[in-house]
Ligand binder design. Structure first.
Ligand code: SF4
Length: 125
């Protein structure tokens, strides 16, 4: 089956791990210092990871891949360790995801997080 799925350029990937937490399905992990899609069926191709990558290593490609499987995602999330989100905070106010939902943004070439309280100010000035 041909579908959209995340592609990781290992030459550009520094293994910083910023793409791990935005993936709601837990499809990305760091293996030997590089980001990897651990199982194709866990990646829905939504691309929430792309905006946080500081090096442009992540893109979406359309290719032959195992179909996205919500049941496999649920089983994977139930057995996976929680992601350490302690390094993720709003660049504007410092909120963590405990205070407000955080979204990835790119600003002046930098990959950042912004909370939903600061987002309207960012959009409307
Ligand atoms: S955010 Fe980009 S550079 Fe960092 S681990 Fe993920 S793919 Fe690699």
């Amino acid at each position: 089956m041909k579908r959209k799925i995340v592609k990781i350029d290992e030459e550009l990937c520094t293994g910083c791990g910023k793409c791990v937490a935005p993936c709601a399905e837990g499809a990305i992990t760091i293996v030997n210092g590089k980001a990897k899609v651990i199982r194709e069926e866990l990646c829905d191709g939504a691309g929430y990871c792309i905006g946080v990558c500081p090096t442009g290593a992540l893109t979406i490609e359309e290719r032959e891949a195992a179909p996205f499987d919500e049941k496999a995602v649920a089983e994977h999330k139930a057995s996976a360790k929680p992601v350490d989100a302690s390094q993720i905070y709003c660049f504007s106010c410092g909120n963590s995801d405990q205070e407000a939902p955080l979204l990835p943004v790119r600003l002046k070439g930098e990959a950042l997080w912004v909370c939903t309280r600061c987002l309207p100010r960012l959009i409307h000035g």
